[in-house]
Ligand binder design. Structure first.
Ligand code: C5P
Length: 224
């Protein structure tokens, strides 16, 4: 199977810098972005708003199927309500990780995510972009960083957005979320066998972008 358009997958745990790297690489290449985590966050938020218990897999799968989402520029609307900021909270991240463990939810989001692969190319950010969603991508990156460094980065991001943040709580939440993402049966967080692993602890983000662009150049003859 070959992808109809070039795809770069950037997977890794939360706070590894993959969101930033994805945006920078996409901007340099003029390609589209898939922020797959946002889709799981939306299902998590819709579940929490509906009052349905997180153990009710049938109802949550129904919620995922009927999700009423609108992407309006930078804004994300759920049932017409602006949820751009609220889906970025740690609580929404945790709810996302709970619904993300459900195979029916993952199956529903699969086609949706694949529709993002349009010309001239796609940079896809997530946990299973290289293993499950775009297995034929020619450039696969698995970005990591130590839990402490990732918690520090999240802390800084949240503070910059004026959102509440506590470093110790963040570290614990990141570790808990990682364990759930790595340990689940459905599409666990693991590098694809053909992924390039980059540990970004103490590494400049521009250096990571440079490595990805070099890989893209070799695979897809994109500009450096
Ligand atoms: O990347 P982000 O932190 O926004 O993702 C939120 C949660 O959504 C992750 O902790 C993970 O459980 C889930 N997720 C996933 N597969 C993806 C993207 C996100 O399971 N491709």
């Amino acid at each position: 199977m070959t992808d109809p358009v070039p795809v770069i997958t950037i997977d890794g745990p939360s706070g590894s810098g993959k969101g930033t790297v994805t945006q920078l690489v996409a901007r340099r290449l003029g390609w589209r972005v898939l922020d797959s985590g946002a889709l799981y966050r939306l299902v998590g938020l819709a579940t929490s708003k509906s009052g349905v218990g997180f153990d009710n897999h049938n109802k949550i799968s129904d919620i995922a199927n009927k999700l009423n989402v609108e992407f309006n520029g930078e804004k994300i609307l759920l049932d017409g309500e602006d949820v751009t900021d609220v889906i970025r909270t740690e609580a929404a991240g945790n709810d996302a990780s709970r619904v993300a463990a459900m195979p029916a939810v993952r199956a529903t989001l699969l086609d949706w995510q694949r529709q993002y692969a349009r010309a001239p190319g796609l940079v896809a950010d997530g946990r299973d972009m290289g293993t499950t969603v775009f297995p034929a991508a020619k450039v696969k990156i698995f970005l990591t960083a130590s839990a402490q460094e990732r918690a520090k980065r999240r802390h800084k991001q949240l503070k910059e957005k004026g959102l509440p943040a506590n470093l110790a709580a963040l570290t614990a939440e990141i570790e808990e979320r990682d364990a759930r993402d790595r340990g689940r049966a459905a599409s666990p967080l693991v590098p694809a066998p053909d992924a390039i692993e980059i540990d970004s602890t103490g590494m400049d983000i521009d250096r990571v972008v440079e490595i990805v662009l070099r890989q893209a150049h070799a695979a897809y003859a994109t500009p450096l």
